[in-house]
Design a protein around this ligand. Sequence first.
Ligand SMILES: Cc1cc2nc3c(=O)[nH]c(=O)nc-3n(C[C@H](O)[C@H](O)[C@H](O)COP(=O)(O)OP(=O)(O)OC[C@H]3O[C@@H](n4cnc5c(N)ncnc54)[C@H](O)[C@@H]3O)c2cc1C
Length: 402
Amino acid sequence: MPRFIVIGGGAIGLNTAYRLARMQSGQVTLLDKGLVGDGSSSRAGGIITGLLWSETGVLARMISLRLYQELSADLERYGYRFQNVGCLNLFDPASWTEREALLPLYDRLGFAYEVLDAAQMRRRWPDLTPEADLIGLHDALGGYSEPHEFVPALARRCRDLGVEIRENAGVNGLQIENGRVVGVQTAMGLLEADVVICTVHAWTAAFMERCGVRLPVKSFVHQRYVSSELQERVSIPAINANPYGGYIRPARLGTTDFRILAGGETEDREEERVDGPAFHMSVLSAPRSLRSHLSKNLAPLVPKLAATHWETEQVGLISFSLDSEPVLGKLPQLPGLVVGAAFHSGGFAYSPVAGLLLAELAAGKSPSVDISSFSPGRFTAEETDAYLATTVVQADAFRRRH
Ligand SMILES: Cc1cc2nc3c(=O)[nH]c(=O)nc-3n(C[C@H](O)[C@H](O)[C@H](O)COP(=O)(O)OP(=O)(O)OC[C@H]3O[C@@H](n4cnc5c(N)ncnc54)[C@H](O)[C@@H]3O)c2cc1C
């Protein structure tokens, strides 16, 4: 029976382990250097839309949206449900031109969307007051997942499906014999595997560099906030609100506890260099001023926000590759290894389909989507070295929301 080792217990690693277990392809062990959900996954906003900018991205997200519905049914008894409130992507007239050019792609792929003007948006969501010149691109299948529900529910389901999850079990390196990955080195010794799947997110570049492979991936600090309790549920979808400098959605702490979640970036902050396994996201912090900045920016869009204050803050990392598309696939120079990383600010949204694709590749099956444009081998050594030698500030990285 083949043995699979998944490194990393975030949304991507857990979905991979879940899919491998569901495929009954072999024995699955998931290792995390800390606790499951210790990285960005428990800190995410959990927003998902299928309306991306590349054909591969849209096709992949169509699968993710379907899988989120299925996961919702499978994980209900574990306390998770996908919040199908739709996702509204907002544009000002200048940024709409670029997005409008993608509508024929959505039509060709059969992805349903609606283009709404401000009056239509105000009528549909009474708690939403967008500026008169804004355009809304609505994805009725989108919505959000609460990370504090999704991550533990999926971990429990994985265990029940027979996945061995080992926490506080960091991987120090890959075991390579005759040019092939045959296992991982840990503090407990060598663990052998037929295929290793690396899903260590912000740690990927440093981890792979130690194995002799350079990947052009950079990480940036990102933060999101949950408000104090509201008197009643806020009637808004999940919103990628670029004209307001962030994103905002309803939030749930329980079945009757309604709040608002919002987040955004810090434009002038430099990339965060994660140089080894000792790094933990708990060391990250966000400038205090961002709280009032977000409230001031987003309250004109969602006036109910003005009556709240931010109660909790989560700070983590988002990762971008050189061309801002994910890095997902086999590494030509290291057979026996599959990598999934650099999901920009959309790793939570990608996670069900990324898990499926990684599991398919690991099990030797054809991937459900042609992912050649996500191939880890698509970058030249020269462009990789040049990219890694520069220091990028957030404002100069791609703004690719969810
Ligand atoms: C504030 C914030 C808001 C976000 N909002 C959204 C959103 O609304 N929608 C969306 O789609 N995405 C969002 N994202 C992005 C999303 O959180 C990430 O893309 C996604 O969680 C990445 O999942 P992952 O499993 O790859 O990484 P992680 O969850 O970071 O998991 C990686 C795991 O690898 C482990 N690890 C690292 N090195 C080793 C090692 N050597 N050995 C063993 N284990 C190791 C770590 O401990 C960690 O648990 C947001 C991110 C942030 C920070």
